[in-house]
Design a protein around this ligand. Structure first.
Ligand code: FDA
Length: 313
């Protein structure tokens, strides 16, 4: 996670409507996007889940979308989750949490003027009810730092009725080690990632300090009584997570590794094959632009791959 001008520019472009139109219309885009997003329909999500589960990997599904200011769109996002949970449950894919869902509160209406927070919370509750009926879990994604307090507050409220709901914490934020301490209690599920947004130095570590923070946060979570979810593709952090789990006498079912769809699939398989729990985050839907730009920003090689595709057409 290196702070380069390219990364910063791509993350700024992730918020630009004009560039969004151009990228979405570029003929090469579809092919490259497919590497990170298996498809747009519920059928695509169900198929990708079945394929991953057939190789011993678990899944968390993300119906793509964020920052909506349209109530109908927020309701459609809730409905997409209800549909996919029903389909997966009917297919026997959710039992015991083998396939769960990840929610972005801003996709469920958190930013709507007036009652946005209340509306998003209500939508999240409806998804949680469907998840409970399907014998699985829900994890709240974490967005940029302006939403962290609201997301953690929503987590507290939702956990009163659905204590198995988990949340993402981002190691790049200065506050996160303290948030890990708050959430390292029994029954708590924390997905620890580095963080994918363009955050200022006033709130976030930069460069190698992000990795150092990740290790400090991991130490807190692995020593605690909760259920750590190690969301990273970084070989060094994966090794440290394994060593900390062993040090604290954790068995392989008391934590899990998580990676994004299409990123380091061989490593995903290696961890699953050696008996560790590996969950793949599977985004699907048409609103892939923001997600895709964050993936490009993470790795300059991905930008080269994309531009080469444009140039050869
Ligand atoms: P880092 O970016 O340093 O990459 C380490 C290595 O992984 C690279 O050297 C490369 O080999 C490989 N790699 C990483 N990204 C790649 C890419 N895009 N393409 C190809 N190879 C790549 N963030 C957030 O802010 N809020 C959230 O809710 C979530 N949720 C989430 C869930 C899950 C399950 C995961 C795995 C990640 C997230 N993230 C996230 C994203 C996260 O914050 C982070 O941006 C990425 O995981 C990349 O960070 P790494 O830890 O992989 O390290």
């Amino acid at each position: 996670l290196i702070r380069t001008p390219l990364r910063t520019s791509l993350l700024q472009l992730a918020k630009s409507g004009t560039v969004r139109d151009a990228v979405e219309k570029a003929p090469v885009t579809r092919g490259v996007v497919k590497r990170f997003v298996p498809g747009s329909s519920t059928d695509d999500a169900v198929r990708a889940t079945a394929e991953l589960q057939s190789t011993g990997r678990m899944v968390t599904l993300d119906f793509l979308g964020e920052d909506t200011l349209d109530l109908a769109q927020a309701q459609a996002t809730r409905d997409a989750y209800l549909t996919v949970l029903r389909r997966l449950s009917d297919a026997g894919a959710t039992a015991g949490g083998r396939a769960e869902v990840s929610l972005k509160l801003t996709a469920l209406g958190q930013l709507l003027p007036g009652d946005g927070r209340k509306i998003a919370l209500e939508h999240a509750r409806e998804v949680c009810e469907a998840a409970a009926a399907a014998d699985t879990t829900v994890t709240l994604d974490m967005e940029d730092h302006t939403t962290t307090d609201a997301t953690l507050e929503a987590l507290r409220e939702i956990r009163v009725d659905f204590p198995w709901v988990g949340a993402v914490l981002q190691a790049y934020l200065h506050r996160t080690e303290a948030d890990c301490r708050d959430l390292a209690h029994a029954g708590s599920r924390v997905r620890l990632c580095k963080g994918a947004y363009n955050e200022p130095a006033s709130v976030a570590f930069q460069g190698a300090d992000v990795d150092r923070s990740y290790v400090r946060c991991l130490k807190v979570l692995m020593a605690g009584e909760g259920y750590p979810m190690v969301a990273s593709h970084d070989p060094r952090l994966i090794e440290i997570a394994g060593a900390l789990a062993a040090k604290h006498g954790r068995d392989p079912h008391s934590f899990e590794y998580q990676m994004l769809f299409g990123i380091r699939p061989e490593e995903q398989q290696r961890l699953a094959d050696r008996g560790d729990q590996m969950r793949v985050y599977v985004p699907y839907g048409d609103d892939w632009y923001g997600y895709f730009m964050r993936r490009l920003a993470e790795r300059p090689a991905n930008v080269g791959f994309f531009l080469r595709g444009v140039a050869t057409r």
